[in-house]
Design a protein around this ligand. Structure first.
Ligand code: BG6
Ligand code: MG
Length: 217
């Protein structure tokens, strides 16, 4: 039986993935790297791994020292933090506030499995911190998504076995991590991109316990 839900943040609870895409796009432009599909490619990918992807795309992976890479990542993050400054509860994706309330009401465990070091700040801004007192700290991770580590830790925070958990993701890398953890995966977004998910919804407004139960039958 399902007893817990493990949430990705960016692109699932709130639409910050477009800000990540924009901030990385600004950095890629500055580096002269042409990267079609950059926005989807960096979904779920940690800050330093995403930087490496962009550098590789431009054949620049050996052009920068570790310190310079840290500076580039910090620059992207400054762009990003600037873009999320004015976020508020209006930026919660459709249906997600209701879904979280429903889960809490019915006693399901809720944890956060976001790769983002900005997650606490965003949850604060959109007013959902109280739902996510159990959150995996991405700074403690050895491996980023698609590795299952973050989703295994998300289940441990709930004192549950992976098989008792559902993970929700908008990124292909995230779905791969949920599946490898032995959890049930709910993909939110383009079903072609998220074809490995156990269940697919095209957008967050369809996410509810009833619809998940229906889809799992
Ligand atoms: C993920 C986003 O949630 O967090 C990625 O989908 C992002 O695009 C990653 O790179 C890391 O975020 P941050 O805020 O720590 O740079
Ligand atoms: Mg995401």
């Amino acid at each position: 039986d399902i007893k817990g839900f493990i949430f990705d943040l960016d692109g699932v609870v709130t639409d910050t993935s477009r800000y990540h895409a924009k901030a990385w796009g600004q950095l890629a432009d500055k580096l002269g790297v042409d990267y079609p599909g950059l926005g989807d490619a960096v979904k779920g990918i940690s800050r330093m791994d995403a930087l490496e992807m962009i550098l590789k795309k431009g054949g620049l992976e050996n052009n920068y020292s570790e310190a310079e890479k840290e500076a580039l990542a910090a620059e992207k993050n400054a762009n990003y933090v600037n873009l999320i400054q004015n976020m508020s509860a209006k930026d919660i994706l459709p249906g997600m506030a209701d879904f979280l309330a429903e889960l809490k009401d019915k006693g399901y465990g809720i944890s956060l499995a976001s790769a983002s070091k900005n997650a606490p700040k965003i949850l604060e801004k959109i007013g959902l911190s109280d739902y996510f007192t159990k959150a995996v700290d991405p700074a403690t991770l050895k491996y980023g998504k698609p590795d299952p580590e973050i989703f295994i830790k998300g289940a441990q925070l709930l004192d549950l076995m992976p098989a008792q958990c559902i993970g929700l993701e908008d990124a292909a890398a995230g779905i791969a991590g949920i599946n490898a953890a032995g959890e049930t995966s709910v993909g939110i977004g383009d079903p072609e991109l998220l074809h490995d998910a156990t269940i697919n919804f095209t957008d967050t407004s369809q996410v509810s316990l009833a619809n998940i139960e229906k889809a799992m039958q």
